[in-house]
Design a protein around this ligand. Structure first.
Ligand code: DGJ
Length: 526
């Protein structure tokens, strides 16, 4: 890895598109997030994780650093594990995105150090907890507890201070602050401090944007959730800004998405789901972006919902299945995602001895198959290699508006208007299973990919499971013919041709079920 001193950063270009820059160049994190416990042991990483990642053509690993690990005793820090992770990532030629498991992880506070846990009992505890409507304490330190937020911010600051001196090569390119924040098991915090806030006027900054009054008066039925969003965002701002002041890496916050039963508290109440993102942005200017963890079927819809109002698409978690390759193509082709990371990535080419807790899976609406899907690794490895080798072509096509992405979801295809033609995309497996989303179809992966328009009626097709008919523009009488069709691959931006597809293979323009790249040139006759 080169010794380049330029800090990683997120920055908008002149068209308002945000890029993640690494070593001074635009970067897409072709990543994977590890299971929660994998990075707690360097031996486990060496034996089970790094070997399983090598075939995947990834450039980035997302892994947790826990508060309890770096500050086992109040006032004492230990970065041995962090240093070991940095060293092994460098050995593997991999960048890291660190997940700061501080006060909150999936709505609960299990990663706080023992000295914090021990001082969290009772309504007036030093680190007091969220209470439900019956006054019962939940397994979650309250975001209203200033002392807890200060302690987390101080620990996070130390982590960033350590990185500033231990990572001159910028192996770490971004940090996620906390993980899937929000209250689970109550529709807001009912601790004393929270009750006072709930019945008080909203803060001035909120009033300026949304109007004056109590949370309920301003936001009605959503008042509790809005208050929690504001409070968590304010706490995160305190934590992130303390770290950024020392070492300004890009920082983001991830969301456990709103889902059935769609009542705040059954998904974490106060986390940055789409409907509260504006409030989060107001309270937490140090956060560079908001990132969806996508376990829901409607991958396309979630991407479209998060890639709004200047928020770049950054996916730190998505199901690791055979659909991942098509999801990646859509995220990069449509939204020029900054990061794509299937969760439990080490499973794809590895073996796990333990199983994910069925309660966690049920709460997240995830089937066990999400983490155990045949052929998923090979498909993702091929897709990562393709995207990695095409990165500059893709970026240029985005800048020039010549890339068009599509992804199957309860539909049979789509028609894309191009400059000289219309491209009619049909998902090849769709007719057989039209009424079932492909995600639930055990036999095949979701179809999808992208098309890039090149000069002189040439096109790149990338993805899997679809066919294309190039049609003349409506009203035109010319017939569209194929001049040349070849399969192949890109290596470092250069086209390496494979077979020329003609005769039996030339009849239809069709991408196989396995991720593939093709180049086509067209002509018209009459
Ligand atoms: C979402 C969380 O953010 C991850 O840490 C992990 O718990 C996964 N769910 C899956 O279990």
């Amino acid at each position: 890895m080169s010794q380049c001193l330029e800090m990683p950063r997120m920055q908008k270009d002149e068209n308002g598109r945000t890029y993640l820059y690494v070593d001074g160049a635009p970067f897409v994190a072709l990543a994977g997030e590890l299971h929660n416990s994998s990075s707690s042991s360097l031996t486990y990483m060496d034996q089970k994780v790094w070997p399983a990642l090598r075939p995947l053509h990834m450039n980035t690993v997302i892994l947790p650093v826990a508060w309890e690990t770096i500050q086992p005793e109040e006032g004492k820090f230990d970065f041995t594990l962090v240093d070991g992770l940095l060293a092994s990532a460098r050995r593997e030629g991999m960048r890291l995105i660190l997940l700061w498991f501080g006060l909150w992880k999936n709505g609960i506070s299990t990663y706080v150090p023992a000295w914090v846990k021990k001082a969290s009992s009772g309504a007036d505890a030093r680190f007091f907890r969220v209470r439900d409507q019956f006054g019962k304490p939940l397994d979650c330190i309250s975001p209203f507890c200033q002392e807890a937020v200060r302690a987390d911010a101080a620990a996070f600051e130390q982590l960033m201070r350590h990185l500033a001196q231990a990572d001159p090569q910028h192996t770490v390119i971004a940090v996620q602050v906390e993980n899937e924040i929000g209250v689970l098991g109550a529709d807001r915090d009912f601790s004393k401090a929270a009750e006072t806030a709930f019945h008080s006027p909203v803060p001035e900054q909120v009033a300026q944007q949304y109007g004056k009054g109590s949370w309920e008066e301003v936001f009605g039925r959503d008042g509790g959730e809005m208050m929690m969003a504001w409070q968590y965002a304010t706490a995160v701002e305190q934590i992130a800004s303390a770290g950024k002041a020392i070492y300004p890496l890009p920082m983001y916050v991830n969301a456990w998405l709103e889902q059935h039963p769609d009542r705040a508290g059954s998904y974490p109440c106060g986390g940055p789901i789409a409907k509260v993102m504006q409030l989060w942005k107001l309270a937490a200017p140090s956060i560079d972006c908001y990132a969806p963890d996508i376990y829901l079927d409607n991958f396309r819809g979630v991407c479209d919902e998060y890639a709004v109002s200047g928020n770049p698409l950054f996916i730190p978690e998505v199901r690791a299945t055979k659909d991942s390759a098509s999801f990646l193509m859509y995220a990069v082709g449509k939204h020029r995602a900054l990061c794509f990371a299937p969760f439990g990535i080490e499973d794809l080419f590895g073996s796990r001895t333990d199983q994910l807790d069925s309660g966690v899976l049920a709460a997240l609406n995830i089937g066990a198959a999400a983490f155990n899907s045949d052929g998923a690794g090979e498909r993702l490895a091929a897709a990562y290699q393709m995207i990695g080798d095409m990165r500059e072509i893709i970026d240029q096509a985005h800048r020039e508006g010549r890339i068009h992405a599509f992804l199957e979801f309860h539909d049979a295809g789509t028609t894309i208007p191009l400059e000289h033609y219309d491209a009619q995309i049909s998902y090849t497996g769709a007719s057989a299973s039209f009424f079932r989303p492909a995600q639930q179809n055990a036999d095949r992966a979701v179809a999808g990919g992208f098309l890039i328009e090149l000069p002189e009626d040439r096109f790149i097709l990338c993805g899997s499971g679809y066919s294309v008919r190039f049609l003349p523009k409506p009203g035109e009488t010319a017939v569209v013919g194929v001049l040349n069709k070849e399969e192949g691959c890109y290596r470092d931006g250069k086209w390496v041709p494979g077979r020329v597809l003609n005769g039996d293979e030339g009849y239809r323009i069709m991408l196989s079920d396995f991720p593939q790249v093709m180049q086509i040139s067209l002509f018209r006759y009459c």
